[in-house]
Design a protein around this ligand. Structure first.
Ligand SMILES: Nc1nc2c(c(=O)[nH]1)N[C@H]1C(S)=C(S)[C@@H](COP(=O)(O)O)O[C@H]1N2
Ligand SMILES: [Mo]
Length: 303
């Protein structure tokens, strides 16, 4: 399969940031030999043309992380309060080896690579983000998924003492999300632990968050503390909050408008005062890779 993310997104402007090699990730990737696998090695620069990643500044100061407030600048201001080490993830449900896995145990054996992905928020803005992460499928294999499992449910930490935003009933906390098992196992689906080769900042979902690049940004749940394999479709925060506006699938689709705005175009973050708009691509540009997951489904019904 042609993996488009390796050849249509350039990485020309990240050279200074590449110097910020992250110790934890290099160790997780298996020492210096793992450097090539992080994507920080020169092979990541191959792309001849295409989109440029947003700057570190843009990616880390314009955020949605409602546990820290609903303003775009609130997470950058407040997320330092979140204790991210030690961290553990409970992996349970229909798995062979359930348990509480420390962050270090989760990372054991995972191959951390760089993935430069388009990121499209349901609010119709977009960025391009150079993530560091590993394929979720590898973690699922590590814990062993039982044959009856059909969905994966995710949960964010809920810490009222560290998260000023959860005092407000904006959402039914904790933030929860879910994927069908085949979506979760798709090679584009990653667990991100870094950006630009540095630890992922708290406001972006430290120490570990999901990234599903063909879905609206809200599916990419941050600061995950629980992963549960289930037989039934799990509830998801935005669907619970407003089922008419947010479905379970939430695939980026320029042809299906949000009830309150068009999804045909997107505002490009970082394109200046008079922000450029560009057409939104089907499945956020990953149609070739993921369309087969939805064969025979009515994408207007299954929004
Ligand atoms: N736990 C949690 N995860 C979350 C959110 C949130 O409010 N809480 N916001 C989502 C939304 S709407 C978007 S667009 C992305 C934003 O990710 P970024 O701030 O890293 O760009 O995170 C998603 N994950
Ligand atoms: Mo979003």
């Amino acid at each position: 399969m042609a993996h488009r993310w390796t050849n249509d997104l350039t990485h020309d402007d990240v050279t200074p940031e590449r110097a910020w090699l992250n110790r934890r990730q290099i160790i997780a990737a298996g020492g210096l030999a793992g450097l090539a696998a992080t994507g920080l090695a020169p092979r990541a620069t191959a792309a001849p043309e295409g989109l440029k990643p947003n700057t570190w500044e843009e990616i880390t100061t314009y955020n949605n992380f409602y546990e820290f407030g609903t303003g775009k600048g609130d997470p950058a201001e407040n997320a330092h309060m979140l204790t991210t080490s030690p961290w553990s993830i409970t992996i349970d449900g229909l798995v062979d080896r359930p348990g509480d896995y420390s962050f270090e145990e989760v990372m054991e054996g995972m191959t951390v690579e760089e993935r430069i992905y388009r990121f499209r928020c349901v609010e119709a803005w977009s960025m391009v983000i150079p993530w560091n992460g590993f394929e979720l499928a590898d973690l699922l294999d590590k814990v062993g998924v039982k044959a009856e499992a059909r969905y994966v449910a995710f949960e964010t930490a809920l810490r009222p003492d560290e998260m000023p935003g959860v005092r407000f009933p904006v959402l039914d906390w904790p933030y929860v999300e879910g994927l069908r098992l085949d979506e979760a196992r798709h090679p584009l689906t990653i667990m991100a632990t870094g950006i630009y080769g540095r630890d992922i900042p708290n406001q972006n979902g430290a120490p570990i968050r999901l990234v599903v690049p063909w879905k609206y940004g809200f599916k990419s749940i941050k600061s995950i503390v629980r992963i549960t394999l289930t037989e039934d479709e799990p509830p998801t925060s935005w669907n619970k909050a407003n089922p008419r506006e947010y479905g379970f699938y939430s695939n980026v689709n320029p042809e299906v408008d949000h009830p309150r705005w068009s999804q045909a175009t997107e505002r490009v973050i970082g394109s200046g005062l008079f922000a450029r708009r560009q057409p939104t691509l089907m499945f956020n540009g990953y149609e070739e890779e993921v369309a087969s997951l939805y064969e025979g489904m009515d994408l207007t019904e299954n929004y």
